[in-house]
Ligand binder design. Sequence first.
Ligand SMILES: Nc1ncnc2c1ncn2[C@@H]1O[C@H](COP(=O)(O)OP(=O)(O)OP(=O)(O)O)[C@@H](O)[C@H]1O
Length: 602
Amino acid sequence: VWECPPSLLPLPGVCRLLSSVMSGTESHTDREEDYRFLHSMLMEKKLHLLFKIHERLKRFEKRSPIPVQEHAASLASDLAEELIYQGWRDEAKELVSLFSKPHFKSLLSVHDAVAQRDFEPTLPPVPDDVLEEDEDSVKIVSLVKTKEPLGATIKRDKATGAIVVARIMRGGAADKSGLIHEGDELKEVNGVSLENRKPKEILPLLACSQGDITFKIIPASPKEEMSSNKKKLFVRVLFDYDPNEDPSVPCKDAAVSFKRGDILRIVSTEDDTWWQACHYGNSNSRAGLIPSQQLHERWRVALQRPRALFRPRQVKRPGFSISFPAGLRRSFRLGRKSSWVREAARSRRWSAGVHGSFRPPTYIEVIPYHRDPKERHRLVVLAGPSGVGVNELKRRLLISDPDRYGVTVPYTTREKRRQENEGVDYHFVSVHMFEEAILNHRFIDYGRYKGHYYGTSLDSVHRVMAEGKVCLLDAHPSKIKHVYTSEFKPYVVFVKPPRIEELRLTRRRAKFICDEEDTNPVRIFSEEDFEDMIDSAETMEKEYGHLFDKVIVNGDIAVAFRELKADLESIEEAEVQWIPAEWICSSPTTARRSCGHLTGWI
Ligand SMILES: Nc1ncnc2c1ncn2[C@@H]1O[C@H](COP(=O)(O)OP(=O)(O)OP(=O)(O)O)[C@@H](O)[C@H]1O
């Protein structure tokens, strides 16, 4: 067994390592002599002292010590001189001899070098000849380049052929230096003229520069900073973006990737095509390029498939249910039940596509919201194509916590049936009352079915919320606008079908209720139902995706339910919730003043 000498005990890790090296080597060495040599080398006291020093340095490194003073060598020499005049006592003699030892002197001089950060490259003096031409306009900028990129992009000015700084990334090295600005013309890098060079020839020049880097620059005329940049502007992104898959991004390394739903802080919108933003909550994240709203809209237009835009689909949907377990099927989605509403939905889709009346999903301006425990809960809207499982999820939520969740009771003008209870299954009202409520805009959703009105009113939502419960409302996405206010602060969950293969597998035994007049009102899903469900989900996402806070894919019902429940709980517990700025900045003037030129959708 190989043992450590007691002086090495503070380094158990090194001892263990050396010990294992030795025991590992033992079986591989044929010759005793080699083994002894290795043993004596690894046991060498100096080697262990080196380890000790290394270990100490590592420990100090963690503490990030700050030098007490930067001129220890001259202090020691002054002190030595003083001591000589203090009389020649033994202690003084010893100290003077210690100070005069070359090792000690070297140690102090290394200390001073480190304290003064002498190891960093020094900037070369500005060459004498540089100011000869254009004396007023030329600027020499020297930066010390670390591993960090400069944080700037360059481009060639089409008109003049000059190389100019296209963008400066906020928080990057160039930005922090405050010496290089957007629009500056680069004349030389490290003495190499950039005349007649293409940006791609210059980039390697910058990349391989080590230490200090000197630019000869013709500064751009000073621009006024946009006031909007100084304001904190947050957006929720409504699409995924990966610069590695984007051939149009000017510089992949300078771009920021994000996922739909992420919150970004916009730091610059000066450029029409590429904005700058950083991820919220990540203090280390540097600002990077993101496609501007205009650019993203252009992409979307270019990518629009004419088939999806102009071909109205034959929508065939499950019909209407006959009776519902108490407290469940109280809010229903009329959008898919009456033929006239179906028609309306179809023409909405048609006109939106043709006239581009809906906003393409890009970024939505958001502001932080902290719910006061005394305030009402946010309304939870569940939306999704017919048959996807909205009711099933709602039912499970209610059962899981009936004190926390509540559902609305719908209104109808039809006769009450024997097994039904007023205010439990429906509010049974007269046609006159119903029509008056329509005129007073009290309905989120209403329609006629078999000669009777049915509708979900704002009052029933208020009632559930007033009980202190989280109101679960299922609604067609086109109806969300009726509750899209600061009063309800809706949290919208879109329930999306999985891929058709998974639908076939998971819905093998699922039955849904179709037309009540049908001879067989309950039937299993057909292939066509699945296709309709997927198509309709796609259309909903395209037209109303900007309203969705959360998208849940309902493949395995248990998984989808767990995800939904956890999500609804997490928004309540979250320190900050992000709500659309338009709920607070409702008047356009206020919005414009507080959010720069970006109001609501940006
Ligand atoms: N993930 C799932 N796996 C298997 N069956 C499911 C799943 N989700 C829902 N179902 C079943 O599919 C059927 C339709 O679901 P549900 O009634 O919840 O749909 P819906 O979206 O509310 O449609 P509609 O509003 O048209 O009634 C029900 O029998 C339900 O139990």
